[in-house]
Write a protein that binds this ligand. Structure first.
Ligand code: SF4
Ligand code: SF4
Length: 200
């Protein structure tokens, strides 16, 4: 009898406790910033282009060989508005083979890839979960907005920015340099002689 009442107490306490699980996929629990979902490519809003240069370091290190990438010359570098000589042209990840190890993020030197919060991309067909460059960039932009993402180091100066900085330095130097000595001498000759001599 006593044990029965104890058991009933445990049941009642459990029934009154607040819920700690959710009925996925109908309900979603909030995702922690540290959550590692599928890899995604980040977007450089200042340059209005991806951070990825297509260097393929991540492709070479990926243990499941589920990535492929191709670089191209960056037209924005030719215009002088970007510091990136090369930029990504095509990028594909077969998410069905990705094991979410994060090695691609660790080896990237350009802040170009992050483990996003995306985790709901299951497909019925084998190899149907290949994502292309626009999709990877969409996933990246969403992740950047969610976590208030910041790049680890500032961008290098673009050719136009370097030229503007050089022109500013030269203008400052020209202002600080004393006037041309020849001009100064010519100015001195224009000064009228003292009138004391005429009085003698
Ligand atoms: S994500 Fe990083 S490592 Fe991979 S190709 Fe782009 S720049 Fe290179
Ligand atoms: S997380 Fe790992 S398996 Fe997935 S793409 Fe990156 S390196 Fe490859």
């Amino acid at each position: 009898m006593l044990n029965g009442l104890k058991g009933l107490g445990v049941t009642l306490r459990g029934a009154l406790r607040s819920k700690v699980t959710a009925e996925y996929p109908k309900e979603h629990l909030p995702i922690d910033n540290r959550f590692m979902g599928f890899p995604a490519l980040t977007w450089d809003a200042a340059r209005d282009e991806p951070y990825c240069t297509g260097c393929i370091v991540c492709v070479r290190y990926c243990p499941t060989q589920c990535m492929s990438a191709q670089m191209q010359d960056n037209p924005k570098f030719a215009e002088g508005v970007s510091h990136r000589k090369k930029i990504i042209e095509t990028f594909e990840i077969n998410l069905g083979r990705c094991i979410l190890c994060g090695i691609c993020v660790d080896v990237c030197n350009f802040d170009a890839i992050e483990m996003s919060h995306e985790h709901e991309r299951s497909e019925r067909l084998r190899n149907a979960n290949r994502v292309d460059l626009p999709t990877l960039l969409d996933m990246g932009r969403q992740y950047q907005a969610e976590v208030g993402w910041k790049q680890s180091k500032p961008n290098a100066a673009s050719p136009n920015e370097r030229a503007a900085a050089k022109a500013a330095v030269e203008a400052t130097k020209a202002e600080e340099t004393p006037e041309n000595p020849e001009t100064q001498a010519a100015d001195d000759t224009d000064i009228p002689e003292k009138s004391g001599g005429d009085a003698a």
